[in-house]
Design a protein around this ligand. Structure first.
Ligand SMILES: Cc1cc2nc3c(=O)[nH]c(=O)nc-3n(C[C@H](O)[C@H](O)[C@H](O)COP(=O)(O)OP(=O)(O)OC[C@H]3O[C@@H](n4cnc5c(N)ncnc54)[C@H](O)[C@@H]3O)c2cc1C
Length: 500
């Protein structure tokens, strides 16, 4: 296999794949002067992108405009957003939807001319482009199909990047672990795009794929890149209450269609917390649910979709309807759905400029692992798919700048020492002390407990993938706690009972 590339992209979600497809549109690629490799830890479609339900936000409908979408994004983000970035992303939105459609994504239509745009929490207008409740799958499938039409791209699946180093000639060295053959190899590249997605596995309940172990954030921090706002973790208010670490997401769009939150007595309660009721931003709804749970016996509340029109349930929410039945034997047309808030999305991450480049020259971060300034202290629903594809496009001018001439130095790549670490212990600490409601004391306890785990961990005799992931989780968890301890006010998703 080829060992050296102009660009390596790590990750095959919307961030990685759309970066690749935009690169494929450049003349330098078409002329055969750009060698690109894309790597995925699992199969290409094993991504959080594939699981996105609600859709992607962009202005289109009559009555909507950029100013309203910008304003909704700033309000949700507690005005901690970078306004210039918000404007740049939101105004790019309609063009990005066109790109997705050109790559083969099908969005639902009302009729042959008009798209069926939905409304979600925090949005003042209907602007969510969707495909039933499986929009992510529609996007992922289309992007993977487009990728397979390209002949001169190296695609490596079922392979985990374990380590990234900066070489003496300024290129990047990557250690790869082939999970099928259990073999380790090295590759090198002039520019590196990290698109490894979220950090859901830091917590014991999440909507994310098991692959979301914060690997890219760990690599970037090892290289010395700036990391920002890691403690701005969004919890989704309505994860299905079920066994296991992964909780099936009950999309916000169901509340948009009229589903109501109820306590164990069957009483609606959102009126006590916010005038926007069920469609208040996620942090407000999540905290309201936590308060209700604290004052009742059950450790969950209900989402009542029984009054939502059957035709709408069938046409807009077939997957949710089916998953409720398969997972917990529940008919949502007749019964209330038990739900709890669960970890969902990382608003912070690797700090990037307006081209998606990190503080390390040649290192880019695209997608959920990046902190672009769009979300501020809280992500507005359906703005994350938009952010990923927007920065994939914005990155192209910098990514296609010629790499520095190789200085003919030998490139070396070694593996760091991995330690034996109990992933579950970290997840438990994070869920207990760094969840929706934090305190100064809890954060100190978390920092101490994580530091002890790190100090006492024994060096691994034999490498295994799970321990690599546990190492990433531990390092990123410690950074997240430190970031939480540095916050001085409550804003957006960040809530600490000892702060105002
Ligand atoms: C259930 C659910 C529903 C959602 N609904 C919506 C929605 O409706 N609208 C919206 O805007 N957002 C939604 N989101 C959020 C959104 O889906 C994600 O933020 C977005 O898809 C992330 O894309 P990404 O490209 O950054 O990462 P992902 O799509 O998660 O892809 C990550 C990729 O990185 C690879 N990878 C990771 N580590 C390594 C490694 N060490 N080596 C090699 N490869 C690696 C993985 O294999 C994968 O290919 C939802 C998220 C979830 C979980």
């Amino acid at each position: 296999m080829k060992k050296s590339f102009d660009i390596v992209i790590v990750g095959s979600g919307i961030g990685g794949l759309s970066t690749l497809l935009y690169l494929a549109q450049t003349s330098v690629f078409k002329q055969g002067h750009l060698s690109i490799c894309i790597i995925a830890k699992g199969a290409l479609n094993q991504t959080n992108t594939n699981w996105a339900q609600g859709g992607i936000a962009a202005v289109n409908a009559i009555g909507d405009n950029f100013e309203k979408h910008i304003s909704d994004t700033l309000v949700a983000g507690g005005f901690a957003n970078n306004k210039q970035i918000v404007e740049k992303v939101i105004t790019a939105g309609p063009g990005l939807i066109d790109d997705l459609i050109q790559w083969g994504t099908e969005f639902d239509k009302k009729n042959s001319n008009e798209y069926d745009l939905a409304k979600e929490g925090g949005h003042s207008e209907s602007r969510i482009w969707h495909k039933e409740d499986q929009t992510g799958k529609a996007i992922q499938d289309a992007l993977v199909k487009s990728l397979h039409t390209l002949h001169n791209v190296t695609i490596i699946e079922q392979t985990c990047v374990l380590n990234v180093t900066k070489q003496a000639n300024d290129s990047f060295g990557l250690s790869l672990y082939d999970t099928k053959n259990e073999s380790i190899s090295n590759i090198f590249c002039g520019k590196l795009v990290l698109a490894t997605g979220g950090l859901g596995m830091l917590y014991d309940k999440s909507t994310n794929q098991h692959l979301a172990t914060a690997d890219g954030i760990y690599f970037a921090s090892q290289l010395g890149a700036s990391i920002e706002n890691l403690s701005f973790v969004q919890f989704h208010p309505t994860g299905l209450y079920e066994e296991g670490q992964i909780s099936f997401l009950i999309s916000e769009a169901l509340r948009g269609a009229g589903a109501v939150l109820r306590n164990e007595l069957g009483e609606a309660f959102m009126y006590k917390y916010d005038a926007r009721l069920e469609l208040a931003p996620r942090d407000i709804v999540s905290r309201a649910i936590i308060e209700e749970i604290a004052s009742q016996k059950n450790s969950f509340v209900y989402l009542d979709a029984t009054k939502v029109d059957t035709e709408i349930l069938n046409s807009h929410f077939p997957a949710i309807k089916q998953e409720c039945l398969i997972r917990i034997g529940l008919n949502l047309e007749k019964e209330f759905i038990p739900i709890i808030p669960v970890q969902h999305y990382s608003c912070g991450g690797i700090k990037v400029d307006e081209f998606g480049e990190t503080s390390i020259s040649g290192l880019f971060a695209i997608g959920e692992l990046a902190c672009t300034g769009l979300h501020g202290a809280n992500r507005l629903a359906s703005n994350s798919l938009l952010e990923a594809i927007a920065f994939a496009k914005f990155a192209i001018p910098k990514l296609t700048q010629p790499n520095k001439e190789s200085q003919n130095v030998e490139m070396k790549q070694t593996l760091p020492i991995f330690k034996s670490i109990d992933k579950k212990a970290i997840q438990h600490i994070m869920s207990k002390y760094a969840g929706i409601v934090k305190s100064k004391e809890g954060l100190s306890k978390a920092f101490e407990a994580l530091s002890i785990i790190k100090e006492n961990a024994a060096v691994l005799n034999k490498f295994n993938l799970e321990n690599f992931e546990s190492n990433c989780i531990l390092e990123v968890a410690i950074m997240l706690i430190q970031d939480a301890q540095n916050q001085t006010t409550n804003k957006g998703v960040y809530y600490n009972i000892d702060l105002v």
